[in-house]
Write a protein that binds this ligand. Structure first.
Ligand code: A2P
Length: 334
């Protein structure tokens, strides 16, 4: 069996470490593994497939070697600079930052929704925002079966979405320390502010959800609005999703669809108090769907509650699934 040479850029970060773990879990056949990070971490070790690999400093020369694909999760400015350098060296980049997501020449891929788009890459493929990924997985059958007119997203996002700094602010905040990363305390609080604000009053996270959903469905007529909120949860994002469909639906069919859908776990049994929560979704690759009910305030309205591990399906797992898809299509055999 062919083995691949793989780099993880940002290998010492929350998502980079998870990418390394998920590559092993999913048994991606890897010959040489290249963990990369900033100068600060150069020389440290990362365990992969039972071997210790030395972290190298990311430089312009890092891709002057035989690498099939590189999973990037080292922030937007690092991706902006180094993803094109990697691509010029024939390394296929799967980038977890927001740097390239809206670029017309860069496919934005969630394998359950638009896997084939990955094959149209020009060296860079973007992994969507964590909140977008879990939302579009849940919305895919609704879109296919009934069409979507409008979506209202309200999110409850965990601190691991901010990387190690976010996790530390919650850990220390619980002990009574002042926040160092978030503008206000995150412990015992909710912050309606993720990423920077724009003049129109939206946060960048909210605009990411809106723009990325349209790009992934390749449908710019869907009307979308979003409110994104950081909550004191370590792992897994939760979302209230309100959808207005084009065609009428039978709620029983929606339950049946999620019950049978690969990649989704239906948790919806109110008599037995069964619904998804972040604690249950953390550590899993599935998207959990529950609290499914008709929105009686409009003709074709649907409410649901969608929970997924933001570091896994929202980032690392989705990136590795894109790599798996490319491997399955013989992308690195050319
Ligand atoms: P390092 O640990 O050496 O700083 P997180 O978002 O969880 O904090 O992780 C960010 C990841 O991105 C880390 O692996 C970090 O490496 C890496 N990183 C940050 N800035 C750079 C950079 N300029 N070049 C390479 N890697 C970077």
């Amino acid at each position: 069996m062919k083995k691949y040479n793989v780099a993880v850029v940002g290998a010492t970060g929350v998502v980079g470490r998870k990418m390394t773990e998920v590559l092993q879990e999913r048994k991606i056949p890897v010959e040489n593994f290249y963990p990369m990070a900033s100068k600060k971490s150069a020389g440290s070790k990362v365990e992969f497939n039972g071997k210790q690999w030395t972290v190298e400093e990311l430089t312009e020369n890092s891709f002057n070697k035989d690498i099939d694909f590189a999973l990037f999760s080292a922030g937007g400015s690092t991706s902006e600079k180094y993803a094109p350098i990697a691509a010029e060296n024939n390394v296929v980049v799967i980038d977890n930052s927001s740097a390239w997501r809206m670029d017309k020449n860069v496919p934005l891929v969630v394998p359950e929704v638009n896997a084939e788009a990955a094959l149209k890459h020009n060296g860079i493929i973007a992994n969507p925002n964590c909140s977008t990924i879990q939302a579009v997985v849940a919305l895919k059958p609704i879109y296919d079966n009934y069409g979507i007119k409008r979506i209202i997203y309200s999110t409850y996002q965990s601190v691991s979405g901010s990387g190690l700094k976010g996790i530390k602010d919650l850990e220390e905040g619980i002990k009574g320390c002042e926040p160092e990363f978030y503008p206000v305390q995150i412990a015992f609080n909710c912050i309606p502010h993720i990423d920077v604000f724009f003049e129109n009053g939206y946060s960048k996270e909210e605009l990411k959800m809106i723009n990325e959903t349209q790009k992934i469905f390749d449908d710019y007529d869907i009307k979308i609005t979003a409110t994104t909120v950081r909550v004191p949860v370590y792992y897994a994002h939760s979302e209230s999703i309100n959808v207005e469909t084009k065609k009428p639906f039978d709620i029983k069919d929606i339950f049946r669809t999620y019950d049978e859908m690969k990649g989704v776990v239906l948790m919806d049994d109110l008599d037995n108090l069964i619904y998804p929560t972040p604690v249950e979704a953390a550590g899993s690759d599935e998207v959990y769907v529950g609290r499914i009910r008709r929105d009686f305030s409009i003709e074709n309205g649907l409410n649901m509650w969608v929970v997924a591990d933001n570091v896994r399906k929202g980032a690392a797992t989705n990136a590795v699934q894109i790599a798996e898809y490319l491997i399955s299509q013989g992308e690195f055999d050319k």
